[in-house]
Design a protein around this ligand. Sequence first.
Ligand code: NCD
Length: 306
Amino acid sequence: MKHLIDPLDFSVEEIDDLLNLADDIAADRQKYAHVCDGKKLATLFSEPSTRPRLSFEAAMLNMGGSVLGFASADSSSASKGESVADTIRVISCYADICAMRHPKEGAPLRAARYSGIPVINAGDGGHQHPTQTLTDLMTIRRRKGRLHDLTIGLCGDLKFGRTVHSLIKSLSRYENIRFVLISPEELRVPDYILEETLDRKGIPYKEVVDLEQVMPELDILYMTRVQRERFFNEADYVRLKDSYILTMPKLRSAKPDMAVLHPLPRVNEISLDVDNDPRAAYFEQVQNGVYVRMALMIRLLGVKVC
Ligand code: NCD
């Protein structure tokens, strides 16, 4: 049985297959309207979330399946002290597949070990977020026509941002990728990622504080929110929260075909006037997120599509 816990759980070929399937779903949703008839998705989200949770639900409903879950962690048995291992063993008796978001890093991996059904990591603490990465890859591929030969700027909270960690890991498998890591000193990409993913593979990257100075080089600009919930102290958050705000004047020096991505929710990182610029790709990303989650569940469930 296959799970998706880490972005590298799927090979580059498997990712290609998923993205091709997601493109096909985008082109003809009707064709997939019943491929999951009778299937059930359990959503186990013990952390606040709008997009991933609703997009998983929408993805399953779009394919004719149904969804079971809780409104919040407080209304599940986790609040009574049940272990992740027990919870997933129970859920395996109710559902065919499970999407799990957890504040503890490694919780979905532990769940997968005890699970009788495929487990999808929908975000574990400040660690990884592989389905957001699939969404990002689909958006980059549709915008740029490729996942190789790209300069990717990642901007904002690169320390706690799990979407950033997963995207770096995933993109580092493609040819001729260069990263520009834009953050305040305190929110740099963790050393373990720099060492294990970038240095070890000799992938070029630079770390800078100033966004405008590097803007002309970028093919993709990936903006992120400062992850308030992972800060130990509110004063640090307040000091750092508005480090980067993308505005139209700042975009002036960007390539005309650069794409601006953001996993959302946006707080203050992108001013509203940027939404109308053709380079803004973040709402497209949300739509792609549904297609790619449909593709993912089709493959993990092993359902037939014609
Ligand atoms: C991201 C997350 O939860 O890590 N959001 C999401 O999945 N769409 C990014 C964030 O919360 O800032």
